[in-house]
Design a protein around this ligand. Structure first.
Ligand code: NDP
Ligand code: MG
Length: 389
């Protein structure tokens, strides 16, 4: 029986994870669930899965949740705060952690799970973008098993030889082919980008996801973050990672080998597949996702990404080359810009220019401690917010 902590249980990935877990009560039990604002959802989840602990971010939310828990006659212990999130991610009573908090807020708890040697299912790509080397060092030092949840990285993981899920040249790996749907604006008239609304940006053609990652997909910053994520997860250099637009989102990514072979992982665009893969790895379990119907899909298209249309993708390659704190600065500026766009403070095209300006004002520094990285993160947020004025 695996005992699970789900960080970000109330979000899109959290809900999909619980859907898979509910199909296998003989294999998984829930130790802890966490949420921030969707307290009613968290209370319902506690009623269904009976975790030992539920964590929220602030005292107000804890009080509200406590009342709902009491009304339902549940025994779940309610706690709150950043330290409590780290505690449930590293507790002896849990062996597997799903890291699915969105953004930099997930870094502390994700890292706590890595340091504690947990089996770590990583959806929170921003944690790796910010702290890449530190994060991978923590995983190596503790012997944590790190399994990617991001569908592309999970696909790459599946296409690499078992036991060799890194990309040094001696394994005969030529390239990682990271597929991208291109999001909702792949073919939209470029001159109309200024009138894009948040509602249009979060309406992804293939995937149902949280609001932040949906906007990231529309700007293609999501693919940029994923390039950096692939770099750290698989030890691939920037030149070994190629982004390919594939609008149907059926091939989730590929690995090209020296002999000309290209291995791909295919499936319906449903996050329960990579979640089930990582939960049961190296076994396979039912995820609730149907097999793909290739005759119905009929056609798979591919094209090169347009870096004029999607400047965020180029910015991500730039910070990967710059190294040090540059990816953390990019991530922080992006989080500020996306929130400002969702709040209708700025237009769609301002997202990329705001990030570029922040990057030019907060030069890349070398960083070797978490504290220095977090200092760069907050410097970048201040700078990006100042640019909003
Ligand atoms: P959602 O916005 O749907 O969920 C985010 C979760 O994090 C919620 O449980 C939310 O709580 C919680 N949360 C938000 N802010 C904080 C905070 N400051 N402190 C603590 N908890 C917080 O996001 P997704 O599920 O879409 O994405 C989660 C992560 O997974 C992201 O890093 C994303 O990039 C990655 N990912 C997502 C995919 C998807 O298909 N959705 C695919 C690949 C990767 P509440 O809702 O209660 O406020
Ligand atoms: Mg992805």
């Amino acid at each position: 029986m695996q005992s699970l902590t789900i960080l970000g249980a109330t979000g899109s990935i959290g809900v999909s994870t619980l859907d898979v877990v509910a199909r296998h009560p003989d294999r998984y039990r829930i130790f802890a669930l966490t949420g921030q604002t969707r307290i009613d959802v968290l209370a319902e989840q506690c009623a269904q899965f009976q975790p030992e602990v539920a964590v929220v971010v602030d005292a107000d939310a804890a009080e509200r949740l406590q009342k709902l828990i009491r009304d339902r006659g549940l025994k779940t212990n309610v706690v709150y705060g950043e330290q409590a999130l780290c505690d449930v991610a590293s507790a002896d009573a849990c062996d597997t952690v799903m890291a699915a908090i969105v953004g930099a807020a997930g870094l502390g708890p994700s890292l706590a799970a890595a340091k504690a040697g947990k089996k770590l299912l990583l959806a929170n790509k921003e944690a790796l973008v910010i702290s890449g080397q530190l994060f991978m060092d923590a995983v190596a030092a503790s012997g944590s098993t790190l399994l990617p949840i991001d569908s592309e990285h999970n696909a790459i993981f599946q296409c690499l030889p078992i036991g060799y899920q890194r990309v040094p040249p001696q394994h005969g790996i030529r390239k990682i082919l990271l597929t991208a749907s291109g999001g909702p604006f792949l073919d939209r008239e470029l001159s109309s980008f200024d009138s894009i609304t948040p509602e249009q940006a979060v309406a992804h053609p293939n995937w149902s996801m949280g609001r932040k990652i949906s906007v990231d997909s529309a700007t293609m910053m999501n693919k940029g973050l994923e390039v950096i994520e692939a770099h750290w997860l698989f030890g691939a250099s920037a030149s070994q990672i190629e982004v390919v637009i594939h609008p149907q989102s059926v091939i989730h990514s590929m690995v090209a080998y020296a002999d000309g072979s290209v291995l791909a992982q295919l499936g319906n665009p449903d996050m329960r597949t990579p979640i089930a893969h990582a939960l049961a790895y190296p076994e396979r379990i039912d995820s609730g996702v149907d097999a793909i119907d290739l005759a119905r899909i009929a056609q798979l298209d591919f094209r090169e990404p347009d870096r004029v249309r999607f400047p965020c993708l180029q910015l991500a390659f730039d910070v990967l080359h710059a190294g040090g704190s540059a990816p953390a600065v990019l991530n922080a500026a992006n989080e500020v810009a996306v929130q400002a766009f969702l709040d209708k403070q700025i237009g769609f095209t301002r997202i990329s220019s705001l990030i570029a300006e922040t990057l030019s004002r907060v030069p890349a520094a070398s960083v070797d401690t978490l504290e220095s990285l977090l200092a760069q993160d907050s410097k970048a947020r201040d700078q990006a917010r100042a640019l909003l004025q």
